[in-house]
Design a binder for this molecule. Sequence first.
Ligand SMILES: [Ca+2]
Ligand SMILES: [Ca+2]
Length: 445
Amino acid sequence: MSGFAFSDDNGNCIWDEGEAKIEGVSFTITPGETRFASGVDGTYSQRLAAGNYSILMDSHEYWEMVCQVNVSVTGTNNNYNQNLPLRKKQNGYDLQVTSGVTAWRRGFANESVVQASNTGTSDAINAKIEVTYPDGVDLKSASIPWDEVIGNTYIWYIDTFKTGESLTIYLQDSVTTDVSINDELTLSSNIIADGTDVKMSNNTYAQTVVIVGAIDPNDILVTPKGKGSQGFIDGNQLLRYHIRFQNVGTYKASRVVLENKLSQFLDIATFRIESVSHPGFSYVINQDGLLTVKFNQIELPDSTTNEVASHGFFIYTIVPKKTAKGGSRIENNVFITFDYEDPLLSNTVVNTIRYTGKPEVSDMIIFPNPAVSDISVIADNITSDKAPVIRSLRILSTDGRVIREISNSEELLIQVQVSDLAPGLYSVLGSDEGGTIYQGKFIKL
Ligand SMILES: [Ca+2]
Ligand SMILES: [Ca+2]
């Protein structure tokens, strides 16, 4: 089944000459819940087994689908044409820009991508895209040559940025050896046009990239990383997941599949695709929260033949569920499959939702007790997968004076010298990054 999405200006549910074709609108085919987005010139193409289907539009700020689209598919290898009529909810253009960097590796050439789109319902006139590189990363070439360069800022002018249109600029950049591994550098993008953009908040985009050396090219990154080894974040924090893949085989890959189980603590309704290296993918999120992204006909070259073009990425954002409690641990990893090879499992990234309100109080274990020369302190509620690290610790005398203080400890088990303390009873108070308070007592002989 194939066709295109279009702006049904006269509301007759069919395409008439002059009605604009709309790119970048997402739809769901039900049953099966396969999701796809309209591509260049609004086109789409999906393979379906025999059966009766409805095509529904995913919720969109500026477009809606008023006409029913039902399709009955019979037999095998039949072709169906079905265009998708859209109705404007609001008039005006909404330009937006995002960028994606596969990886900035010190001393290497890399491919970055800037994607601009007009998701609004009218054309934008005299648009201008600006991309600013940080010192230490040089832009070498671009798939669409820039019109002007001022310092580190590269500028593209577009006379008419049509409604529904999107534009991808592939940038070949090179990280000089003037920068160091672990430096954080920012690629900034901006888009403007004549008149009024109905939403200005998405017209600028800043992507901060950590400079790496040799990397495992198939991985997942989360932004923000959160605090500490458990990645503490607020419960309403937007998380950006950046899946990177590279064909390190010996021949081009025709097909790449990403399988990414979304944590039970993430709200699937807030899932948004932000930037994708290759167009023409489809994705589905099933009832168990498994996100499957398929790049069919991607023709991804292998790294030996063409290192720069052998990379790809998929970036999305999502917000934790409002019901996720403090301490909920959000893990994420991805299986990446090239053609019919065995899936590769990426690293696992972790965020933990910070506790709010009244802190929880827990016990700590102190030994030996009574003590002579030193004590060892460990949280009482240690389980195999969730061991709280007591980050700060205070030893108090019976009259409440602080005798010893330790902060920013990274150790699961903290050792404290007590040989110089006067004999008597002491209390110990600690806290972890989640805000849990730990308490205990010991006797110094
Ligand atoms: Ca029409
Ligand atoms: Ca905008």
